[in-house]
Design a protein around this ligand. Structure first.
Ligand code: ATP
Ligand code: MG
Length: 554
């Protein structure tokens, strides 16, 4: 773990790159890329890869490209492309070049022709099912397809006609001719191209054959002059294929693939497929639902780019898969907001308090500091008047032991204001407390009364000046650390992941917040203004995180 903000901790990738620079490998250049498939929104796992790729480039005066790996048009869309760009920028990164694997379709085709001409690729007529059967297993070698010995000229002709649209989907595939007996199944004549009549969001209907990921990725990296192709561990077994392709076709460079462990975060899911399911089956409000581990969701919940970058640095980088506690992410946002979020007062469950000895028509404009340790964050005006609202919980008719807040006959300080004393409890016919009658001590503004020390401090708002608001209290989306272990991860959804409080009141200074304004609501939690749902004069705030870590380890 890094403890020093300015000096990133060393890790094995930083070491490899430092050594490469020392040896003047790649002429001393560092070029990386972040290569998302535009088939969903980015999640916190992607943030790890983004921070790594853009971070490594920045640290070494290098470049980092954003490349859309858009070879699977069924599941891809422009909405996702735009969302990914937005999220990368919001995280604080700027790509050197923007590319799409589909930009390289023509070159990829030419390289495939080259492989055929070199006798290293063939057109196979086996069905997908037969190809699977012929592939063998971890313990048994595969079997060669009868088409493996098809003459080069015939392969060239068939491949051209595949492109021209003469065959049905699935009728043929182009396969690399490597080794059906290889202990690495990825090397048993992997498919390079398949026929698929699908509209592509960028190339339209220009193509009815699409290149496979493994074939596309290495060539795209090479065409962009990527020096270090950083990817997650599941691609380790694909590296021989990555290198094989680049060794056969004459690309301008041969990037080095380096694998690292993907982020696994407790109490959530980082699989686009499952996140997609949560969205389409409406278990959440959308990709940007504040409970989602997506960048868009974290953003809407009130996470800052800095907190996410800190998190990605803090969790480190290794080749061992491990689980990160959600508390680490929450720690990072608390640190940032504790330092930087202005304080404000919001009453979640209001109880009316009438101050009998305060003049009916008087309002005092109290000046209250925005941050207890940071005078540079300024002050704001908090109006005080005869009727205020306090938190229902901050009054107890029968106080539990050590209760320091308001009790019948007792005193409490109103944050930034006076000390009040409770003189009378008003109840309705059913015995519910509807109002408190109090008095205030005019000598207590900003100081304790002579000879008495009032311990309790509570937050409050002026009834007449406060704004109605809806506060959404978000909790973890899953109630078990590893929802993936459940038979059906949907069964592990936390039924209390969202509590909506509709009768809250926030102080007058919050009448018109900027989108994504973040606050510490005194004693309640960190909240972020939700401009998207704050319509028709309604103010909505999302709870980013509680003030303290309430999650005990079981
Ligand atoms: P998912 O499993 O969620 O679909 P993916 O790997 O298919 O993720 P891509 O869009 O291909 O998603 O990912 C883009 C880049 O982000 C890849 O280089 C991938 O290795 C990296 N990445 C994806 N998930 C994680 C993760 N959990 N931790 C670190 N890096 C990740
Ligand atoms: Mg992928």
């Amino acid at each position: 773990m890094s403890t020093n903000d300015n000096q990133p901790a060393s890790n094995f990738i930083r070491q490899i790159i430092a050594n490469d620079l020392k040896d003047n490998k790649n002429n001393g250049k560092v070029v990386t890329r972040f290569p998302p498939e535009p088939n969903g929104y980015l999640h916190i796992g992607h943030a790890k890869s983004i921070c790594l790729n853009f971070g490594i480039a920045a640290e070494n005066n290098g470049r980092c490209n954003l490349r859309f790996d858009d070879t699977n048009p069924e599941k891809e869309s422009d909405e996702y492309v735009e969302a990914i760009k937005r999220d990368v920028q919001w995280l604080g990164f700027e790509w050197s070049e923007l590319h799409h694997a589909s930009d390289y379709f023509e070159q990829l085709y030419d390289y495939a022709v080259q492989l055929i001409e070199q006798g290293q690729a063939y057109v196979d007529s086996l069905s997908a099912e037969q190809i699977r059967e012929y592939r063998g297993t971890l313990t048994e070698p595969g079997k060669e397809s009868p088409d493996r010995s098809r003459p080069i000229a015939e392969n060239l002709d068939l491949f051209k006609r595949m492109r021209a649209g003469e065959f049905a989907d699935g009728q043929y595939v182009l396969r690399a001719k490597i080794d059906m007996a290889s202990p690495n199944i990825n090397m048993r004549d992997p498919a390079l191209y398949r026929i698929r009549r699908v509209h592509h969001q960028r190339t339209g209907n220009d193509w009815c054959i699409y290149p496979m990921y493994d074939y596309t990725h290495c060539i795209s990296d090479a065409l962009e002059g990527i020096t270090h192709s950083l990817c997650t561990l599941e691609f380790e077994d694909h590296r021989p294929l990555y290198d094989w392709v680049l060794d056969q076709v004459k690309t301008p460079s041969h990037p080095q693939q380096i694998e690292f462990a993907r982020l696994q975060l407790e109490y959530t899911i980082v699989s686009k497929r499952k996140l997609n399911q949560l969205v389409t089956e409406k278990h959440v409000g959308g990709w940007d639902d504040p409970r989602m581990p997506t960048i868009a969701g974290l953003r809407r919940a009130g996470f800052t780019p800095k907190s996410i970058r800190d998190f990605c640095e803090r969790i480190g980088l290794t080749k061992q898969n491990s689980w990160i506690e959600m508390g680490v992410l929450e720690y990072c946002i608390r640190e940032d907001l504790n330092d930087n979020a202005p304080r404000a007062m919001a009453v979640l469950q209001p109880l009316r308090v009438v101050i009998d000895n305060y003049p009916e028509d008087q309002t005092e404009q109290l000046e209250v500091g925005n941050h207890p340790q940071k005078p540079e964050l300024g002050k704001r005006i908090v109006p005080f008047s005869k009727v205020i609202l306090i938190e229902r919980d901050d009054f107890a008719e029968i106080p539990p032991p050590k209760f320091k807040r308001l009790v019948a006959g007792g005193e409490v300080r109103l944050r930034g204001s006076y000390v009040i004393q409770c003189n009378e409890i008003i109840k309705d016919a059913d015995g519910n407390i509807t109002e408190l009658r109090c008095s205030y001590d005019p000598d207590t503004l900003g100081k304790n009364p002579e000879g008495r020390k009032v311990k309790g401090v509570i937050h409050w708002v002026s009834e007449q000046h406060s704004q109605p608001a809806e506060l959404r209290l978000y909790n973890r989306l899953f109630s078990v650390p590893n929802p993936d272990n459940e038979e059906n991860f949907l069964d592990a959804i936390n039924p209390e992941s969202l509590e909506v409080l509709t009768d809250c009141r926030v102080e007058a200074s919050l009448a018109n917040p900027q989108p994504e304004s973040r606050y510490q609501f005194e004693r309640t939690g960190y909240f972020c203004f939700d401009a998207i749902d704050s319509v028709n004069g309604k103010l909505v705030f999302n709870r980013t995180v509680t003030l303290r870590d309430n999650w005990e380890k079981d």
